[in-house]
Design a protein around this ligand. Structure first.
Ligand SMILES: [Zn+2]
Length: 575
């Protein structure tokens, strides 16, 4: 009798609490939807850093602890996932990627594996053979510094379009550089974009020319715009249904790729209002499995008046959040567009380019401040970073705590030593990409010399030690969307040839994992619901076949994602 009364009372209590929040009964076992056991579970919860099992109910973590305790949650309808001695960690958060770019790469020509310029031409020629004359060939991912031999002829180290134009005379061809900050166009594409011998360089862009003034086909930064406009005009002739179907297919492909790599949340570095509208529709239909956190990429005159209306937090059961603006202060190091304090070692007449005026950046910063958006500015060069730190400091002065604005600098790649501690002091998040260091490291000293490479290139250790919050991303599609490669890069800084790029700036494995989970959640104001395996948080969990926190360094890259769980749903399983 007593017992039954107690259990009735408990049920009523639980039910009451259940109405308020499903997590409240976490201490007494119920029927879980999902239980994970049979491996090591690293939680990033300081109270219980490592547990044996996790129970999930209604998309949330409801209990963590010993396998014995969690087994009480297993009922008839519970799905039990055996970790098979693998490692479960909080779901990976891609800290900086281009979501639509990732999906688009899957339908465009992927040139990232080409090892010579001739191979790029060959791949484009093969594609041209499958398409009627006049139709566009677009591709992405080539990088002259990653080829087996430099292109010949070359201008500024880049290939010229002659061979491409000879091989493909009847299709406009536009192939974007891996960095995204430049492209090569064949003569048909140059003509379509109206780029001729007399065309002047646009502001914030360069039409790379031969000594005789003829265009090489290389277009840097804003110089790509007219070719994009021509391509846009050509493809906009399609029906709205065809355009919509293609965009949704791009989303589907990007989602699939993320889930296969253990990514449960994706911080998108620049989408349009139209894309946000599509994401919202897809969230309504349950077709947005990976959680998106979006930076708005369009200019102020487009987004400025709709910021309050578009601001969205946790839409569709935390699958869509829009509360950040993306801006660019400079270009990339590869194209010598990064804005440096001193000139480039391999091109002493330039310090790079500021791609947007200070005035316009200030206006964006004020908009972000006044509408409670995070500002996320791409800054690669040491001057670019300094300009933005100065601007953040100026615009946020008086709106304390400035740190809680959680404004970010995307890349924070080359820093003057004086500016490194300012990230921590100002509460500015350093959103870095481990793989950029290991992938670009071999040619970085050529651009900026050994001294600047040592004192401030990818200075993660110094940033962290001086109090900065560090977030890691891949910048996909610039690099493959592979968190394990990113983790390996953060902890080793090991380049392809096995040598290490100033390894004193490496992170510990724990720090690296944090940069991909809890710190990334913090950098999006989401640490209360994501980033660690704690009762009450969203059940976003990634399972690996090997324990990347303890195995020898040279085995890290062979680890594979075996399960990806978002909101308690097993959305990817390797078997
Ligand atoms: Zn980016």
């Amino acid at each position: 009798m007593t017992r039954s009364l107690t259990s009735t009372a408990t049920s009523v209590l639980c039910l009451t609490l259940l109405l308020a929040t499903v997590i409240a009964c976490g201490t007494s076992a119920g029927e879980a939807d999902l239980v994970l056991l049979g491996g090591r579970i690293v939680t990033l919860d300081p109270k219980a850093p490592e547990v044996e099992a996790v129970a999930v109910l209604d998309g949330r973590i409801v209990a963590t602890g010993s396998e014995e305790k969690i087994r009480d949650w297993i009922a008839k309808g519970t799905r039990v996932v055996d970790l098979m001695d693998g490692l479960a960690v909080p779901g990976f958060i891609e800290g900086h990627g281009h979501f639509m770019g990732l999906g688009r790469l899957k339908i465009e020509l992927d040139l990232s594996s080409a090892t010579t310029w001739e191979q790029v031409v060959e791949l484009a020629t093969e594609r041209a053979a499958t398409l009627p004359p006049g139709s566009w060939i677009t591709g992405r991912g080539w990088h002259q510094e990653k080829w087996d031999r430099p292109p010949d002829p070359a201008v500024q180290g880049y290939p010229v379009h002659d061979e491409l134009s000879r091989a493909i005379p009847d299709h406009p061809v536009h192939l974007r550089h891996a960095s995204g900050h430049g492209s090569i166009a064949n003569s048909a594409a140059l003509a379509a974009g109206g780029i001729g011998p007399a065309t002047r360089n646009p502001e914030g862009g360069e039409i790379v020319r031969r000594p005789d003034g003829a265009a090489t086909g290389i277009l840097l930064e804003n110089a790509m715009d007219p070719v994009y406009a021509a391509w846009n005009a050509a493809v906009s002739g399609r029906t709205p249904e065809a355009i919509k179907a293609e965009r949704e297919e791009i989303v589907r492909l990007a989602m699939e790729e993320c889930l296969a790599h253990g990514i449960t949340s994706f911080q998108d570095a620049g989408s349009t209002l139209a894309e946000v509208g599509m994401f919202r529709d897809l969230a309504d239909q349950g077709r947005l499995p990976v959680r998106l956190w979006i930076m708005l990429g369009e200019k102020d005159d487009i987004i400025g008046t709709s910021l309050d209306q578009v601001r969205t937090i946790g839409y569709g059961d935390h699958h869509l959040t829009v509360r950040a603006i993306k801006r660019y202060v400079d270009g990339a190091l590869g194209s010598r567009g990064a804005l440096m304090l001193e000139t480039y070692d391999d091109q002493p007449d330039t310090t790079g380019q500021m791609v947007e005026s200070l005035e316009s950046l200030r206006k964006s910063a004020e908009l972000a401040r006044d509408h409670d958006y995070q500002l996320c500015t791409h800054a690669i060069g040491d001057r670019g970073n300094r300009v933005m730190l100065d601007l953040y400091e100026e615009v946020l002065a008086g709106s304390q705590p400035a740190g809680d604005r959680r404004w970010r600098i995307e890349h924070a790649q080359h820093l003057h030593p004086d500016d490194i501690p300012r990230f921590g002091q100002l509460g500015v998040i350093a959103s870095v990409q481990g793989v950029h260091c290991t992938s670009d490291g071999p040619w970085v000293p050529k651009r900026i010399g050994d001294h600047r490479a040592e004192s401030g290139a990818y200075p993660w250790r110094a940033l962290l030690d001086s109090g900065a919050v560090l977030v890691n991303g891949t910048d996909t599609p610039v690099e493959p969307v592979d968190p394990i490669a990113g983790f390996h890069a953060l902890v080793t800084r090991e380049m392809r040839d096995g040598s290490r790029f100033h390894p004193g700036q490496s992170l510990t494995r724990d720090e690296a994992l944090r940069a991909m989970t809890l710190s990334a959640a913090w950098a999006a104001h989401e640490e209360a619901i994501k980033g660690s395996i704690v009762t009450g948080k969203l059940a976003d969990i990634t399972v690996l076949d090997r324990d990347i926190l303890t195995i020898p360094e040279d085995e890290i890259r062979s680890a594979r994602v075996t399960h990806t769980i978002v909101g308690g749903e097993l959305l990817f399983s390797r078997e």
